[in-house]
Design a protein around this ligand. Structure first.
Ligand code: NDP
Ligand code: 2IT
Length: 444
């Protein structure tokens, strides 16, 4: 059996009941096959792949808090410090009822390669909890965040591990967590990113993932002789990534016609009214079903369905495994030319293969959504310097990083004979730097 297959098999055996982690490992290792085969003896002897798929450290802890009725609630908290070969662990905190160890591990594993692709010195990590912020009062969210940080603060720090936002964790949650960290540890440092502007946050971090997704999409299209302006775009999700993806797509001359949340989706053929979505989601923390009140001619549907709308470009920006094989078939049948992932692993392996086999340009999340973490790293730099840069300065750096990623993944794919396969390109380009650093640092 080949080394890659052996390691995939052992990951499945050692980590049963973690299907998302298996999926992420399979996707990465399968596409590294060509590089691994060229170095098989050395990598095997040094157990390079076994070390890569085993987190350096992981924490699982009790998070008790008191709700508004005086009832004690108990959630589970996680932080997986996956790989620190190229820098301090860096990655978001997901707050969603579906969170379990396997999901945090898949996200942490992806983060290693994503962070490497940014070209900045950040290792891979991820955290979260099965806490659901939806429907909770601000006081309940604060109680949870303080309890979560009371434990987490033992393991993180500006030079060791720097968490940030992800699903369910936005500016409000980061603020409460930062306050509690500072109170317990007694240090004012850049231990979290995505902070508010009044206490060390970076301009353009809020917009960064969505904007970065569009900068990369635009560049990848350009590399393929196509352009973004004038295209029809379907987007899933209506959170941080989706909203700023829609904003930048519109600024760049494309028309966004759909958005979704976990209960339904809207189709607005005239182009999504982003001010309405922002008010519903960012201000009122409401449901997309309210969109019709702002735009009576739009359609609202319960359930999922954005991929059924005819489009040129599809940007999944909600969650993992939200674009399935049948969706891929529908996109191809409708003439879609590109799928670029704003979310982490939104496209299943079968759907990805189908899209690629049918000539659809496919940019994987670890490249396409790297703008968020890249700008987090820029926030860390500003915190270390005790300075803050202008929006234009951060945005220009972000754009430059995304354009570089596009070229690097394109070149890596080409170099190994997989021209246009950006899954292979991203995995190889991300892997090379991590392996180099791991090898240089010996068996640790
Ligand atoms: P938000 O919490 O801001 O928004 C998430 C959106 O996706 C919401 O519209 C939400 O619907 C929807 N959603 C979440 N879970 C599900 C589900 N199980 N089924 C259907 N819809 C769902 O999160 P973000 O925008 O920050 O994150 C979106 C994706 O982007 C995630 O995969 C995240 O890991 C990834 N990402 C985020 C980055 C960041 O900087 N924030 C950086 C890179 C990647 P509802 O409103 O109903 O909850
Ligand atoms: O998936 C991701 O890259 C994020 N949620 C952002 C991580 C970060 O540290 O900004």
């Amino acid at each position: 059996m080949s080394y890659v297959d052996e390691v995939i098999e052992s990951v499945i055996k050692k980590n049963p009941a973690e299907p998302e982690f298996h999926q992420a490992v399979k996707e990465v290792l399968e596409s590294l096959r060509v590089v691994v085969e060229a170095n098989e003896e050395k990598f095997r002897k040094e157990a390079l792949l076994e070390r890569l798929v085993e987190p350096e450290r992981q924490f699982k802890f009790r998070v008790p808090w008191v709700d508004d009725k005086g009832q004690v609630q108990v959630n589970t908290g996680y932080r997986v410090q996956f790989n620190s070969a190229i820098g301090p662990y860096k990655g978001g905190i997901r707050l969603h009822p579906s969170v379990n160890l396997g999901i945090i591990k898949f996200l942490g594993f992806e983060q290693i390669f994503k962070n490497s692709l940014t070209g900045l010195p950040i290792g891979g990590g991820k955290g979260g909890s099965d806490f659901d912020p939806k429907g909770k009062s601000d006081r309940e969210v604060m109680a949870f965040c303080q309890s979560f940080m009371t434990e987490l603060c033992k393991y993180i720090g500006a030079d060791t591990d720097v968490p940030a936002g992800d699903i369910g964790t936005g500016a409000r949650e980061i603020g409460y967590m930062f306050g509690q960290y500072k109170r317990i540890r007694g240090v004012y440092e850049g231990v979290l990113t995505g902070k508010g502007l009044s206490y060390g946050g970076s301009l353009a971090r809020t917009e960064a993932t969505g904007y970065g997704l569009l900068y990369l999409t635009q560049e990848i299209l350009k590399l393929n002789g196509k352009e973004l302006a004038g295209k029809t775009v379907v987007i899933s999700g209506s959170g941080n990534v989706a909203i700023y993806a829609a904003q930048k797509a519109t600024q760049l001359g494309a028309k966004v016609v759909t958005m979704s949340d976990s209960t339904g989706w809207v189709y607005d053929p005239e182009g999504i009214d982003l001010a309405a979505v922002k008010e519903i989601k960012e201000v009122n923390r409401g449901r997309l079903s309210e969109y019709k009140n702002y735009r009576p001619d739009s359609e609202y549907h319960e359930g999922r369905g954005v991929w059924s709308i005819k489009c040129d470009i599809a940007l999944p920006c909600a969650t993992q495994n939200e674009l399935l094989l049948d969706d891929a078939k529908q996109l191809v049948a409708n003439g879609c030319i590109a799928v670029c992932e704003g979310a982490n692993m939104p496209t299943t392996l079968e759907a990805t293969e189908y899209l690629q086999a049918n000539g659809v340009i496919f940019a994987p999340g670890k490249a396409a959504n790297a703008g968020g973490v890249a700008t987090s790293a820029l926030e860390m730099t500003q915190n270390s310097e005790r300075l803050s840069w202008s929006f234009e300065e951060v945005d220009a750096k972000l754009k430059n990083i995304m354009v570089n990623i596009a070229h690097n993944i394109d070149n890596a794919a080409r170099k190994y004979g997989f021209e246009g396969n950006y899954v292979v390109g991203a995995n190889i380009a991300g892997f090379e730097k991590v392996v180099d650093a791991m090898t240089a640092q010996g068996i640790v």
